[in-house]
Design a protein around this ligand. Structure first.
Ligand code: GDP
Length: 454
């Protein structure tokens, strides 16, 4: 029947399903001004990542969904921070380190007019050691006369230089053909995990206690599990048994081996966070209760929301809280984190071990919500009841109607509503609120998409 045909067509539309976990990750690395942002824009085919980088300015978003020849992947743009002259080496090395840890393939961008610099050579040594595919991109080859400059880059020992012009598009299609050919279907880490332990990212500002939490969890409950048959252990992750079950904590290398940079630390923190979230199914955002909830804390929570992963909030250093601070904290939570009041909350002390055992039920609850599927019949009954109780307000004498709806995917639960007009934001929030009241969804974001029929 016609409606069903529309439904199945739309659930295959990538726009409808916002988040597919574990798309392969392509990282872009290079010195400032070699044209990384221009290349990202070119690959995305849109102007969103427009080179708005004021030097030193932190950008929140560093991961983008991209598609080439019907292959979808995530681009991690490591170029959001332009360091001062002294910091360049450290910054580019840090980019490379993150990229090598967390990406499935790396584009290493060099300005072919400048050639390789000593900064480049430092990174090249790191890149030569990885077994992941590395593409040497010779940028700013705006026409054929500039190709000899690109050829000089053979000397870097990273294989064939690929001459491109990010600005004009020259050579980019050929490069992308190669790259998507080399990318795995799903991120290599995730692939090993099919049916394996659930993947947890511990995220949060520096010094909130992430590594303490990890150490306490690993130390007390012991058992860092051996390789699953036929897999190689990824040194950036650790498997830890908690509450009688094995969990995979992703990118623990990033927690243990901290990159110390005076400037741009925020940027690398959010780069790490985005990359870890790509690989995780659920995030534990760690907050330090001795500190006021900061913008950076909220930004990290919002990165989790954007990633579509399940969310647990751990309020750490509870051993240090007093009554005064406690009252302020509750007020700060109401003010800054009301939009995630559905996330399970645990008040812990990584130092004393207080209430660490509550983490596992919280993770399980969040993942269960994240996995939830509501059948189409049940969902439409829910919608009918909801509309009967509280119809959409009239807009210009018309009333947008919901024709029917369906859950297009889980992880996170993603619903599509077919309507005769655009639903108000307030009404969409009402639907989400009712969904939570009836079905819980504790710990999971809910995505509500609309298909407006003319
Ligand atoms: P990370 O940067 O988020 O990994 O933070 P760390 O785990 O390195 O912790 C930062 C500092 O906070 C260290 O000095 C820890 O000993 C301390 N810390 C972490 N968790 C707790 C806690 O629950 N209580 C107390 N009192 N201190 C803690």
């Amino acid at each position: 029947d016609e409606d069903l045909a529309v439904l199945s067509a739309s659930s295959e539309n990538p726009d409808e399903i916002g988040y597919l976990p574990a798309l392969p990750v392509l990282a872009i690395v290079g010195r400032p001004n070699v044209g990384k942002s221009a290349l990202v824009n070119r690959i995305l085919g849109r102007r969103e990542a427009v080179v708005e980088d004021t030097p030193g300015v932190t950008r929140d978003r560093v991961a983008y969904q991209a598609e080439w020849m019907a292959r979808r992947f995530t681009i991690v743009d490591t170029g959001g921070w332009e360091p001062d002259a002294r910091g360049i080496d450290a910054s580019v090395a840090a980019q490379a380190e993150v990229a090598i840890d967390l990406a499935d393939a790396v584009l290493f961008v060099v300005d072919s007019n400048v050639g390789a610099t000593s900064t480049d050579e430092h990174v090249v040594r790191l890149l030569r050691k990885t077994r992941k595919p590395v593409y040497l991109v010779a940028n700013k080859v705006d026409d054929a006369r500039l190709e000899p400059g690109a050829a000089d880059l053979w000397s870097l020992g990273l294989g064939e230089p690929h001459p491109v012009s990010a600005l004009h598009g020259r050579g980019v299609a050929d490069l992308l053909d190669l790259v998507v050919g080399a990318l795995p279907e799903v991120s290599a880490v995730a692939k090993r995990e099919l049916g394996g332990p659930r993947r947890v990212a511990i995220v949060g500002r520096p010094n909130v206690g992430k590594s303490s939490l990890l150490n306490k969890a690993a130390g007390e409950e012991r058992v860092v599990v051996n390789d699953l048959a036929g897999t190689t252990r990824d040194p950036v992750d650790e498997q830890i048994e908690l509450g009688g079950k094995v969990w995979r904590f992703v990118d623990t290398a990033g927690i243990r081996r901290r990159v110390h940079l005076s400037q741009g630390a925020d940027f690398y923190a959010s780069l790490r966070t985005s990359a870890a979230l790509e690989k995780a199914e659920v995030a534990v955002v760690v907050l330090d209760v001795t500190q006021p909830i900061s913008e950076q804390d909220v930004r990290i929570v919002d990165l989790v929301l954007e990633s579509g992963r399940a969310l647990v909030i751990a309020y750490n250093k509870w051993d240090l809280i007093d009554d005064d601070r406690r009252r302020y904290l509750e007020r700060e939570i109401e003010q800054n984190l009301a939009h995630v009041d559905w996330a399970p909350r645990v008040n812990i002390s990584a130092k004393t071990g207080r209430h660490l055992e509550r983490l596992v039920p919280a993770l399980e609850l969040a993942l269960e919500s994240w996995d939830t599927r509501i059948g189409t019949g049940k969902f439409n009954a829910f919608l009918a009841e909801l509309v009967a109780a509280h119809p959409h307000p009239l807009r210009g004498g018309k009333q947008p109607r919901i024709l029917f709806g369906t859950q297009a995917s889980s992880r996170p639960p993603t619903f599509v509503l077919f309507t005769t007009g655009f639903l108000d934001a307030g009404y969409r929030r009402y639907i989400q609120r009712r969904l939570r009241e009836l079905y819980g969804f504790e710990g999971s974001p809910i995505v509500l998409n609309m298909r407006v029929r003319e």
